[in-house]
Design a binder for this molecule. Sequence first.
Ligand code: GLN
Length: 446
Amino acid sequence: SRIEETDNKVNAFVTLNKENAPRRADQLEQEIADITDVDDLPILAGIPGGIKDNICTQGMPTTCSSKILSGYKSPYSATVMKRLHAAGAVPVGKLNMDEFAMGSSTENSSVQLTKNPWNLNYVPGGSSGGSAASVAAGQVVFSLGSDTGGSIRQPAAYCGVVGLKPTYGLVSRYGLVAYASSLDQIGPITRNVEDTADVLQAIAGYDEMDSTSANVPITNYREALTGDIKGLKIAIAQEYMGEGIDSQVREVIEQAVKQLVSLGAEVEYVSLPHTEYALPCYYLLASAEASSNLARYDGVKYGIRAEGVKDLLDMYKKTRSEGFGDEVKRRIMLGTYALSSGYYDAYYLKAQKVRTLIKQDFDNVFAKYDIIIGPTAPTTAFKIGEKTSDPLTMYLNDICTIPVNLAGLPAISIPCGFVNGLPVGLQIIGKAFDESTVLRAAHAFE
Ligand code: GLN
């Protein structure tokens, strides 16, 4: 009923699981009827959650908010869905996103325009805009998003909620529709850090169906939330606090730093010198991988097929021309160009080398510090329509989040204040597979 009350304004959901969700809740009630000790309950027993529409869900369409997949139903569920089921969660529907997760405002959805619950004239961020808006509007307790260059953390920041991108390999990508496979990672969006710890507990862990899944021990994330960060060594990257960062956002982050110091943390400024190359490096690599991943949408195997075609080639062309939106086409063209013979070394290979330098920047800082902090995004949410005509300005929005994906690290965005009535997110970046420290710092701050 909360969704019915609010979603005509927010437009977060693209599919509602109206019949199955109540049925699943009833079934669960019976399954847990005999459990008397609360500690024996599955970790998300009866908790309603929303799912970004690029995560495969048997029984509900999975469209990536793209025309080319309209009405598409996956024959199998993603590993995260199976794990949510085992943990007792109740998926209530699928959430709007930028088409194929390409974007920073959810305005690239071919389905609908999702609004920021704090101010309906503003974007919710993206690409997991539906996931962040639905948690912020109190429609669900948690949602799942995906983060390739910031798509969980940036919308979480814009909507004033908590969003975690786990370490690459911690959460299975099996059943996540691929955008840029070497960067994509699924993660939770919630209203507080404890809930994020619980959802992560449910979905993290090795999966033999994903060849990049890491076989590492999974810690108890709740136990990490001690409230104690005395002596924690925190680095502030000067590159995330300088040029291009809104001065009011910077002030809010500086306040947050003071609070962390008052909690006993030791804070120092450091440099991540290759940050300025992160954006071009990312947009080359992500587009290259996307152009390859999206080759599968040809009118044969998935989704729609154009009508009135002459022959096979014509069918490919018409289906892809009609099915993909402008931003997706832009990325496919850029990526195909970067991978074409004669250009591969100059662009793709060069970008891979720059990626290594960016990762080394982080390694150097993490040799001395436990976490790195800064703003999640350079500004607060922007107005709907403000950046749609200029893709480059839109790309600049990802400057603080993208380096983290290139290095495969975990990072969380937590609310830390407001500028002109719109939320500001504090980003906390950790060492690979050290989600516990990231969550501990976030929880202590909260
Ligand atoms: N805004 C970035 C892009 O358009 C990040 C998207 C994402 O993380 N999925 O590629």
